[in-house]
Design a protein around this ligand. Sequence first.
Ligand SMILES: C[S@@+](CC[C@H](N)C(=O)[O-])C[C@H]1O[C@@H](n2cnc3c(N)ncnc32)[C@H](O)[C@@H]1O
Length: 333
Amino acid sequence: MAEGSRASSTKHENGSNYMMGHSASEAERLDRQHIFFRHVVDGHLLSPALGSAIQSGQIRRVLDIGTGTGIWCHEAAATLKEMDVPAPVKFVGIDIAENEHWKGHEDAYATVHFQVTDLNDEVGMSKLTEQFGQFDLINSRMMISAVPNGKWAAYIRRMFNLLRPGGYVQLFEADMINSNTGRSDDRTVAEALVITHAIYSGMGLDPETAVRLAGWLHQAGFTWVRDVAYWCNPVTRQADGSLKIDDILYQWHSTAYGVLKPLFLKVRTSPQYSRFLEKLPPQAINNLGGTSADALLANEADYEDFTRRHEAVLTSNPLYRTAFRLVIAQRPQ
Ligand SMILES: C[S@@+](CC[C@H](N)C(=O)[O-])C[C@H]1O[C@@H](n2cnc3c(N)ncnc32)[C@H](O)[C@@H]1O
């Protein structure tokens, strides 16, 4: 597939059942979401723990798996340039579907190339090293929705094999186990967890992905595993007692449950619905005040009521917070 070629804005012809689909509006959502993620990690698209490897010129060939619109590749390439990493650097972004935002790029400093490759295709993935050589760094951000439950360990082994000895992985995922549970006894907050757990389990995905990444990396043979939690409080209490809303955090959390609504309503009618809630953290169950989790949110009207209450929590409850994990590791030398 040519760099920068026009994309289909419909579902990919290979039949990928990626839960968010592929449309122009989804691409715009991903670009907006990128601004949110960049804010969550304090602007560090490349983990600060990689600083000395970057400064010493060890990161010259980078793979971004599930690149979406490719925005991470372009901004990370600009970051390396600003950090004066010696040229040339090469970025390769792969995805199951072409994206109309893809713009291949080549100048004296950096090449950014995009192509369609399925991360679950063992053969297609192994061909990447024939095409580009081994990578110094692999980035994988918010791929929880792309890797089926039970396939993460194989995905991580595949990344191991694509790296040169001494190369790094950087994984970023939403932590649905710890989000909200410890800081708020609000029932609406517990319902938010019911929604996300039901959707991810019901779609054959693993809601515990973020907290299991470090273990999978160890099992695959990675060393130097660093697992850092980033917490998001959309509203915080100031020294004078007033509440302050962080606009970027608020916007993302406010729109998230609108995006998830059709997915939830679909899994809600499944005969196995109560099984999808098995991984709910105990604290979330406590916060439901005795109501069983599988009796909640029975229909669209209940869901709408939840989104109204969630909106109020977002702007008024400084205990409400969500977590993301940035996990990096190194393939041994
Ligand atoms: C939630 S988006 C994240 C996009 C990007 N990593 C980011 O953070 O902006 C997940 C991406 O994974 C892609 N994807 C889904 N299944 C895939 C597969 N089997 N192989 C490669 N990419 C896949 C989707 O097309 C989508 O672009």
